[in-house]
Design a protein around this ligand. Structure first.
Ligand code: SAM
Ligand code: SF4
Ligand code: SF4
Length: 334
């Protein structure tokens, strides 16, 4: 596994409580705020001018797991699979509106492998948006041999497997799933990828929390030679819905959120919502079945919040004030 210096540094910061105060001192000051905002505003204008964005498609908001750090289990919104009608309309609109996609994140608050049309959808995206990097975050518990072969055949660029633990007991506590089954699925994937000479990138992720914090190093060492990439992520609060780990609760200086400006988020019913953390869909800009994607993404409720982020008024927005993605402003600089 080869990681960039930025990825290594990011993984260290996410997993080490010791580094948090250093990041705090570096980012919670006026000078850094000026720098981050200067770069952010230039890049936001560039995204808008060139119409280059990322896209998150929630193919399923149903899930087979019960992760303690995810609000899916208690989510009140209707749990469905995105129909092909909604998916096709979304693709049609993006083409008509001449949007260039830098990446497509094939998930939302749910498990994408519950969607039997997922392979068909990936093939369509690959054909219509060949420039986009397609990645699929999944708990991988449902990955049979057939699923693995179909994923490889679909042309998916990266599979991001959320394993989160290095032992069965932690895994059960954290996700409520069978550890041995998922590990065996990952081993099958590595084997089949090799046999087929596939270029699909296999990434493993771990969300650091009170249950697994001590095992992050072991997790890393166990898998780093077997997979292509690994990411360590601190728990985010889903806009205040779950407890955040490894972070000062009240970081005063807030930054424009890169996700908000960079990624169009479409939920399973076709609603275009604020961001991938808006799991209940509280801020809806429009619906792909009746609205233009760019209008929903730039005007109305989402447009209003974007303006506030652009103007440095993030602390006035309830969800964003409690969110770690407006906390550091560092991601604009890489
Ligand atoms: C919401 S899940 C959806 C896809 C799939 N069900 C999965 O778990 O990979 C997408 C990613 O968000 C991560 N995630 C969920 N809750 C989180 C939290 N509170 N903080 C950080 N990452 C989180 C998951 O581990 C996963 O990698
Ligand atoms: S993190 Fe993924 S696997 Fe876990 S409950 Fe949420 S959607 Fe399901
Ligand atoms: S800062 Fe706001 S817009 Fe950005 S991810 Fe958090 S809740 Fe969403």
């Amino acid at each position: 596994m080869k990681l960039t210096i930025y990825s290594r540094l990011r993984n260290k910061i996410e997993s080490s409580e010791l580094l948090v105060p250093i990041v705090y001192v570096l980012t919670q000051n006026k000078l850094f705020r000026e720098l981050s905002y200067f770069v952010a505003r230039r890049r936001i204008k560039e995204f808008e001018k060139k119409k280059i964005f990322g896209l998150a498609i929630e193919n399923s908001c149903l899930c087979n797991a019960k992760c303690v750090f995810c609000p899916n289990t208690n989510m009140k919104r209707k749990k469905i699979i995105m129909g092909m009608d909604v998916f096709n309309k979304l693709v049609e609109r993006l083409k008509e509106e001449k949007v260039t996609l830098r990446f497509v994140n094939l998930t939302g608050t749910g498990e994408p492998l519950l969607d039997k049309n997922i392979f068909k959808k990936i093939k369509i995206l690959k054909k219509e948006f060949p420039e986009a990097n397609l990645f699929l975050p999944t708990n991988f518990s449902l990955a049979t041999k057939e699923v693995i072969e179909k994923l490889i055949d679909s042309g998916l660029d990266t599979i991001t497997i959320s394993l989160n633990a290095d032992n069965a007991a932690d895994y059960k506590k954290l996700m409520g799933l069978d550890f041995d089954k998922t590990v065996s699925n990952i081993e099958n994937l590595i084997k089949i990828k090799k046999e087929r000479n596939s270029k699909m990138v296999i990434m493993l992720t771990i969300v650091v929390n009170d249950i697994n914090a001590e095992n992050v190093k072991g997790f890393y060492e166990k898998w780093s030679d077997k997979v292509d990439a690994m990411a360590v992520n601190g728990v985010h609060s889903w806009g205040g819905a779950v407890k955040q780990y490894n972070s000062k609760k009240y970081w005063k200086i807030r930054y424009a959120c890169r996700n908000l400006f960079e990624q169009i988020v479409v939920q399973a019913n076709g609603d275009i919502v604020l961001c991938c953390l808006d799991y209940e869909g509280t801020t809806v800009g429009g619906n792909v079945m009746k609205d233009k994607v760019m209008d929903a993404f730039n005007l109305g409720k989402i447009g209003k919040i974007k303006k506030m982020h652009f103007n440095g008024e993030v602390s006035k927005i309830d969800m964003c004030r409690q969110c770690r993605f407006s906390e550091r402003g560092m991601d604009w600089l890489v």
